[in-house]
Design a protein around this ligand. Sequence first.
Ligand SMILES: [Zn+2]
Length: 88
Amino acid sequence: MDSAMIGKIMKARQYAKEPERVHIKSFVAEFQGNHDVYEITYEEGSWHCTCRFFAQRGRCSHTMALEKLLAPMVSFVVEEPASPVVSG
Ligand SMILES: [Zn+2]
């Protein structure tokens, strides 16, 4: 292997440890859930999932799992829910 390619491989290893360098702008993913396969799309900070829960709530276990997997390469539009308020 030539020395130029070896240099690129070394640089790639270093880059792979710095995911904050990467900003994912959009992607489409297939997610194998426990009961079905869902399609997740991501576009400039906006998530979408084909599951029923997402349709109702705008966020679901599938999109949240991908947020964790891809952090810090994706941005978050939906805030984490506030701490539960204890009533009474
Ligand atoms: Zn979902």
